[in-house]
Design a protein around this ligand. Sequence first.
Ligand SMILES: C[S@@+](CC[C@H](N)C(=O)[O-])C[C@H]1O[C@@H](n2cnc3c(N)ncnc32)[C@H](O)[C@@H]1O
Length: 210
Amino acid sequence: MRPENDPSLDAAYALKTPQDSKRLYAEWADTYDREFAASSDYILHHHVAHRFAGAGGIGPVLDVGAGTGLLAEALAPLISAEIDGTDISPEMLQRARVKGLYRHLFTGDLTRTLPVQNGTYAGITSSGTFTNGHVGPDAFDELLRITAPDGLIVLSINAQHFSDAGFAKKIDSIQAQITDLSLQEVLIYGTAATGDHKDDTALIACFRKA
Ligand SMILES: C[S@@+](CC[C@H](N)C(=O)[O-])C[C@H]1O[C@@H](n2cnc3c(N)ncnc32)[C@H](O)[C@@H]1O
């Protein structure tokens, strides 16, 4: 494995392009749940799932940057809905597939056009994908395109990335296309977390397509 593909949170935060993500997550897929999520007490997907369910989210839902399917694992016990998932990494999606929680899983790059018709989804969810080195605010346009009118969008945005990548400006620019916006700051990791990132936070952005 080349050093730049050695899976770790710091390597993930240092990614620069979607192709970098494909390479890193191809290497990380097999160990992501155990060696990252479980050992770092990653809880962000639970925050997103509870916010989506609490705001009355319904299906069909598309989980964007679905990875190994942790968000569907958190969401499925909370709501009865068909959940689809997309991710740039086929290896991550293969880990999600074996969990049997998603209706459809397909590869897609959130920085480009997704293979989805306009207004398809009543809900969009995402955890951990709007973060340093990954996906920026411009993807909001594509998410709004594929969301049905009044559809609910709930996604986590790493707090540092929110500032660095200009999410506030993007949200301002789409105000006329959305309603019921809330931004809630949460911890990404639970009480068992250790290390430099243990106190990192994310904003849970929750809004509806007008
Ligand atoms: C930190 S993981 C989060 C996975 C999962 N949602 C979770 O909470 O565990 C980030 C995911 O974003 C995906 N990703 C990165 N860039 C992407 C892009 N441009 N389009 C789609 N997915 C992307 C990666 O392949 C990876 O599965």
